[in-house]
Write a protein that binds this ligand. Structure first.
Ligand SMILES: NC(=O)c1ccc[n+]([C@@H]2O[C@H](COP(=O)([O-])OP(=O)(O)OC[C@H]3O[C@@H](n4cnc5c(N)ncnc54)[C@H](O)[C@@H]3O)[C@@H](O)[C@H]2O)c1
Ligand SMILES: [Zn+2]
Length: 292
């Protein structure tokens, strides 16, 4: 069973469930480390080589009942949902946590001009977090005009750049006083976007390869440009339990409004319709609620 962005109510106890009570609502950081390796011990369990993930190695949340693996309790992956959050908002703490993880290495700060490739849900979350972090300007580079326009409605402070028109470099230089961007986030699975991220970067810019590429991914980055511009190129993979707690806190404090991205809610029996609709209509998120 898939489904790793989830929220549920505790309905049965196991011996491991020490810090929780029946009836409480929880979310689970889906990537569960071994708890013993150097990465796990230093709080970087997302990098554990023995990582097991809910919805992949463990059964996921698209179900009426789901077992939380004992290791999730043992490694601190189970988080209580703060009061006032809907199940849908709480479930979206997981992608937010991944974005927090990606941006941790980017040090987005006041005055930064941030470019984001991809106007999907993840690109939107990156834009929201960059604005929250004090960035001066967020440029969203997309090639799906309808989706980008929707994003502009949801995040009015962004500037749209249409990458279907051809080379974006001149336009980006025009928007950045000829300097290029301080931060570039590749929030799509595109080698061409990775190449462009290096081309539009200012000196000493930070770049996140947030989206992985399917298969082999060699030869997209120009290493001499990285060398001469002194660029920092970062990877990003999943998130830690602590980052999931931070994400829940941000949503609970209303610093992030995620409800606006939840377009619809479907019962579990209609999950196939939900997936079809998500693919066809370019919605952001559809919640699947097994209690319907
Ligand atoms: N690092 C992590 O922890 C992590 C977590 C979640 C998702 N991701 C990755 O983030 C990426 C985005 O996720 P999503 O759910 O928003 O995907 P999505 O498919 O909904 O959105 C991606 C968007 O990027 C656009 N796009 C594709 N190629 C482009 C290009 N060359 N230039 C500009 N835009 C382009 C597409 O049109 C689409 O609108 C995916 O690659 C996903 O695997 C990474
Ligand atoms: Zn480990």
């Amino acid at each position: 069973v898939i489904g790793h962005e989830l929220c549920g109510e505790m309905v049965e106890t196991g011996a491991e469930m020490r810090d929780f009570e029946l009836g409480q609502r929880v979310t689970v950081t889906p990537a569960i480390g071994c708890g013993r390796c150097p990465d796990c011990i230093t709080g970087r369990s997302n990098l554990c080589t023995e990582l097991k993930t809910i919805g992949f190695q463990f059964d996921g949340g698209f179900a009426e009942l789901m077992e939380i693996p004992p290791s999730a309790f043992a490694q601190g992956n189970v988080n209580l949902v703060p009061e006032g959050l809907s199940n849908g908002e709480a479930a979206l703490a997981e992608p937010i946590a991944c974005v927090i993880n990606g941006q941790e290495l980017l040090h987005v700060g006041s005055g930064d001009i941030v470019a984001i490739f991809g106007s999907g849900f993840i690109g939107c979350l990156h834009a929201e977090m960059a604005l929250l972090g004090g960035s001066e300007k967020v440029l969203m580079i997309g090639r799906n005009a309808a989706k980008s326009e929707q994003v502009k409605q949801l995040i009015p402070r962004i500037t749209l750049v249409d990458s279907r028109k051809g080379d974006i470099r001149e336009e980006i230089l025009g928007l950045t006083s000829g300097r290029g961007v301080d931060v570039a986030i590749v929030a799509c699975s595109s080698g061409a976007a990775q190449t462009d991220a290096v081309r539009i970067a200012a000196n000493r810019a930070r770049i996140s390869l947030f989206g992985g590429l399917p298969g082999e991914a060699l030869g997209f980055l120009d290493s001499n440009t990285i060398h001469y511009k002194e660029l920092s190129i970062n990877g990003a993979h999943a998130s830690t339990p602590e980052q999931n707690r931070q994400a829940l806190e941000l949503i609970a404090q209303k610093k992030l409004d995620l409800a606006k991205y939840i377009n619809k809610t479907y019962p579990l029996s209609k999950i196939e319709t939900a997936f079809t609709e998500l693919g066809r209509k370019k919605l952001f998120k559809i919640m699947v609620d097994p209690s319907f």
